[in-house]
Write a protein that binds this ligand. Structure first.
Ligand code: HEC
Length: 718
């Protein structure tokens, strides 16, 4: 019965007359189109502000779950759904895309582009995707394998596909494409593996290539693509192109209709350590910069570099938000930006001039900015040259990909902040070895003494996280709501004087936008990382958000949800909603096998190799986040096949890479012995403390022991 209804509904919606095209005019007016969420940041300003106000500070207590949709995987869900004329479109692991009835959550279609699972090794941050773009009757998705794919919005069928990267190079796409003036814009990631960043534009209707803008120069011997690259090359030294250089535009690309400019948020250097990348120094343009280009031609217009010669994995690829704010007595059109480096940058959109740069979190790498030159004042010793340095923010950033929001009602910017540092311990350039399929940072994070020093340093300044409301006019925080855990979700602001945010401890909350008062909480039974959206169908306002762990930050820091992770979901709320989430079946934690014979040196070698090669997916010190198997709880069959999985690619079809390029069977034996030792430690702890241990293991408690657990991880870029 239900499937019959579904079929009828699907066909009803697939009739072309009903799929109203997303035209340029519609996108330009998207801010006034309260019913819809037409593009990644809702409209071209990317404020993530919905004017809908039926759910407001007065009514939010009546907000309840209207429906939920469960996907078939626990791998990360970072998507911002689009909602167009009553249909919700979103993406998930391995570039699956779904269309749902936005009022009921019923499935309309599902699309799977069959991304080769062997791609997972060079997907730095999980097989995740952050969303779609819409134009005409098409949806666009950037796939992990570098394809840009156009999907028919009504039927879910592929209409065209084009390869935007060299498949032999370790590029991966996770960011949402953007679309304007009939063109689709797409960047890519992969700098840790040694890529050279760029953004490409394609004709939206046909997929025909239009232009490409590189963000860092290539080998001068090959000639430069344009004047901008020739100029940029003067700020590099050595043979940077051999390492790719980096500068990938892996998330934020924003079209500004008021100036007809396209802003690219450019990423970190490759490798991170600048002394390896560019031994003679230099600013290394356009790393960690906002670059404005002409959307029609890709021609360079202006740039503002936030971190010249970046060396901490600081990226400018976090969300850029366009706003008009009062500035020195007159309205000013600005970009608001709160990227990894820990400052809120306010940049004049006409000229690219820096107007303000004030720290929104703990910052030690620079003491501030000179507004005339736009340059930071770097603090001595923080570049860890020959001497390890504790630096704030960490490589995870004071704020990462999790979307922020700006409310024109309150004039405040709402930032999911992370107050956390990291110990950078240089690998001397002479000892540096570039690994094509693995991480290339140029600093060490896996040996025991590093771990101990890091833990010590962390205990002096425990990681914290806030929902932070920033007043750009007064250039200071307006209010801060502390969260018990780090790695909290994206933000939505609404006309109801509300801000919505998900948390890693499994809540979805509504906070009063003007004063930060917590008004409403829903237990989501899993971590919520993605950015929420709001839309209206049949006169009713909905708030929706993707639920699930996964992606760089949680995979690395580990800790599954205490009850175990259910499959990822979309939750949609409305006033009077009365649906309920099902209870999660208890996580299986089989007792570990007997400890194989291993010397202390074997275990230490195993630990170092695990943290170097495995931790980025299975969690530092073998504490998984539940999106990928926690190896402490392996069923017997995987212990028996451990070596075949790691060296022969037995589970490659499930996204488990093979490591025969860097490990031999003796080393895999050491890793296995170490994994089993960690399983025994965990088992003993659980016997001893039961539930309490599970909770403590998860929470960023203030007790020293829990803090020590918390910080035992290997950090890397998102
Ligand atoms: C790029 C991410 C990634 C890295 C790095 C990685 N793994 Fe995996 N691993 C996976 C995924 C995904 C699976 C399969 C999940 C599933 O079962 O669906 C997996 C599965 C496994 C399994 C089988 C367990 C199971 O339930 O499928 C073992 C054993 C394993 N990995 C060990 C390792 C070891 C040891 C390393 C380091 C040498 C490592 N992995 C590095 C992603 C990764």
């Amino acid at each position: 019965m239900r499937s019959l209804l579904l079929l009828t509904l699907a066909c009803f919606l697939c009739s072309p007359a009903l799929a109203k095209p997303v035209t340029g005019e519609r996108l330009l007016a998207a801010d006034r189109d309260a019913d819809n969420w037409l593009s990644h940041g809702r409209d071209y300003s990317e404020q993530r502000y919905s004017p809908l106000a039926e759910v407001n500070a007065g009514t939010v207590s009546e907000l309840g779950l209207a429906w939920y949709f469960e996907t078939d995987t626990r791998l990360g869900l970072q998507t911002t759904p689009l909602v167009i004329d009553g249909v919700m479109y979103f993406t998930g692991a391995w570039n699956t895309a779904w269309a749902l009835d936005a009022a009921s959550g019923e499935l309309l279609w599902k699309f799977d582009p069959d991304v080769a699972r062997s791609k997972s090794i060079t997907a730095c941050c999980g097989a995740i995707n952050r969303g779609l773009a819409a134009w005409g009757d098409l949806l666009f998705m950037g796939a992990l394998d570098g394809r840009l794919i156009a999907i028919d919005r009504s039927t879910g069928q592929m209409r065209w596909s084009t390869q935007t990267t060299d498949p032999a190079e370790p590029y991966a796409i996770t960011g949402a494409p953007r679309v304007a003036r009939g063109k689709v814009f797409i960047g890519n990631g992969g700098s840790e593996f040694g890529t050279r960043g760029y953004v490409s534009a394609y004709d939206a209707a046909t997929g025909e290539f239009a232009w490409r803008f590189y963000t860092v120069p290539g080998n001068p011997a090959d000639g430069f693509e344009n004047e901008a690259m020739a100029r940029a090359a003067e700020t590099w030294s050595g043979e940077w192109w051999r390492y790719g250089g980096g500068g990938t535009v892996w998330d934020s690309i924003v079209y500004d209709p008021e100036f007809n400019q396209l802003y690219l948020g450019v990423g970190n250097g490759a490798p991170h350590n600048r002394r390896i990348r560019s031994p003679g120094g230099g600013d290394n343009l356009f790393l960690t910069s906002i670059v404005a280009v002409d959307p029609d031609t890709g021609e360079y217009l202006w740039h503002y570099q936030q971190v010249p010669g970046e060396t901490w994995d600081y990226t400018a690829s976090q969300q850029m938000t366009l706003a008009e704010i009062p500035w020195e007595g007159a309205p000013r059109k600005v970009i608001l930006h709160a990227p990894k480096a820990g400052f809120v940058y306010i940049i004049d959109r006409a000229t690219g001039k820096l107007l303000s740069a004030e720290p929104y979190t703990t910052v030690t790498w620079a003491s501030g900015y000179d507004l005339d030159s736009g340059r930071p004042r770097e603090n001595p010793g923080q570049d860890y040259a020959g001497e390890p340095a504790m630096v704030f923010p960490s490589a995870m950033g004071g704020h990462n990909w999790h979307p922020m929001a700006y409310s024109p009602d309150t004039g405040l910017l709402y930032i999911p902040e992370l107050d956390m540092g990291m110990l950078y311990d240089e690998i001397a350039p002479i000892d540096y070895r570039h690994l094509k399929r693995h991480y290339n940072t140029g600093y060490e994070m896996s040996h025991e003494s590093y771990s101990q020093r890091f833990t010590q340093a962390m205990l002096r300044h425990l990681p914290k996280s806030h929902l932070l409301a920033w007043d750009p006019v007064r250039q200071q925080a307006a209010w801060k709501l502390p969260h018990p855990n780090i790695h909290n979700g994206g933000v939505l602001a609404t006309g109801g004087n509300l801000v919505f945010q998900g948390t890693s401890d499994g809540r979805f909350i509504a906070v009063q936008a003007d004063n930060g008062e917590l008004l409403w909480t829903f237990e989501a039974l899993n971590s919520v990382m993605a950015g929420p959206v709001s839309y209206r169908v049949n006169g009713e306002q909905y708030i929706a958000v993707a639920v699930g762990r996964g992606g760089a930050l949680t995979m690395n820091t580990g800790r599954s949800y205490p009850t175990g992770n259910p499959n990822n979901r979309i939750m949609a709320f409305k006033l009077g909603g009365s649906a309920a989430l099902p209870a999660t079946p208890a996580a299986e934690r089989p007792a570990p096998p007997p400890q194989p014979e291993a010397t202390a040196a074997d275990l230490e070698q195993g630990r170092t190799a695990f943290n170097r090669y495995c931790a980025r997916c299975h969690g530092a010190d073998v504490v998984g986040d539940g999106s990928i198997p926690d190896l402490r709880y392996l069923p017997a069959v995987w212990h028996e096949n451990f070596s075949a999985v790691v060296l022969e690619g037995l589970m490659e079809q499930a996204g488990m890479p093979r490591f025969d390029d860097v490990l031999d069977s003796a080393q895999v034996g050491q890793i296995h012995a170490y994994v089993i030792a960690r399983a025994h430690e965990d088992h003993a702890l659980r016997q001893e403390q039961g539930w309490l241990a599970a909770i403590k293991d998860y929470a960023t408690d203030i007790s020293a022991r829990v803090a020590a657990w918390l910080v035992r991880f290997q950090v890397r870029d998102d």
